[in-house]
Design a protein around this ligand. Sequence first.
Ligand SMILES: Cc1cc2nc3c(=O)[nH]c(=O)nc-3n(C[C@H](O)[C@H](O)[C@H](O)COP(=O)(O)OP(=O)(O)OC[C@H]3O[C@@H](n4cnc5c(N)ncnc54)[C@H](O)[C@@H]3O)c2cc1C
Length: 318
Amino acid sequence: MASDRAGVVVVGAGIAGVACAGELRRAGVPVEIRERGRVAGGRMASKRFDGRPADLGAAYLTVSDPDFAEVVHGWQAAGLAREWTDTFVAYDNGGRREAPGPMRWAAPGGLRSLVEHLAWDLTVVVDRLVLGVEPGPTVDGRRCAAVVLAMPGPQAALLLAPALAAATKVVERQRWAPTLSAVLRFPARRWADFRGAFVNDHPLLSLVCDDGDRRGDGAPVLVAHTTPGFAAGHLAQPTGAAPAVEAAVRDLLALPERAVHVHVHRWTYASPSAGADSGFHLDDDGIGLAGDAFGEPRVQTAWRSGRDLGRALARRLA
Ligand SMILES: Cc1cc2nc3c(=O)[nH]c(=O)nc-3n(C[C@H](O)[C@H](O)[C@H](O)COP(=O)(O)OP(=O)(O)OC[C@H]3O[C@@H](n4cnc5c(N)ncnc54)[C@H](O)[C@@H]3O)c2cc1C
């Protein structure tokens, strides 16, 4: 972007920000994404262990929106996404049962690869922590045509000047819960096939996925997500939770061996709970908000929220 004055600044290179920027770019509006992390993806996060990516944010995608289905089929045609399973198991009331559900999609290269694919022709400035948004609008002191904050509400709240009352009100209504994700690497696959397991009524675990099955390489890797309550007690020092998470997973799946490595990631803002009235926010100050808080907390919601905000902004700026 030659000058901030003419363009839109999208803060956050998760799927909502990338979908929004893509829509603006297609409409001919200059747009730049600024991302505080080293890579795009946000909570569609894949981290490499000895060169192999494991998904430690979103566990999979589900698809019900026909427009999002087109995007997913584009990823599939590019060899980036594949149908994984429509059947998990559920642990509850002391038992284990099959839990049929919607088709869940996975990415052999990790879910982050899907966001990177959508962003390939966009300007994404990484390692760029945005510090403040003021009326104008200005981002870190420079004027632009509009600003999109595509991130969890509490992160957006840190950026919004108090004078930006409409957007501040929206983010303050949001309620978010934390999760810890643990990547457990084992010496061998010593568990019965299960793909993914919902763990109900457990004090520590909420979901366990077979990452080798999900990614299709059969690696002996499990990824466990904890309950918000357990995560809340370990946000200051998430690595300290590793022994308890490993013990809970081994107990659940009756695993004979210890993991050779456990990595714990903290998601302070993993999942929003309060529903919103609309699919995004765009106010007269030129501030837009998008993300999964504007509907069911899912990848599809974040994508649609960003896409729809991009369309609305393109119409306004045309
Ligand atoms: C553990 C976990 C499991 C999940 N499981 C599923 C699932 O199975 N299926 C499903 O559909 N969804 C799942 N989700 C939800 C899904 O990941 C999200 O709905 C989706 O990825 C949200 O995308 P987003 O673009 O709205 O936000 P994010 O992906 O959070 O993107 C926000 C971006 O903004 C950046 N940012 C924040 N502040 C700043 C700043 N000041 N300056 C610059 N950049 C900034 C962040 O670094 C981040 O990259 C899961 C989420 C988690 C955490």
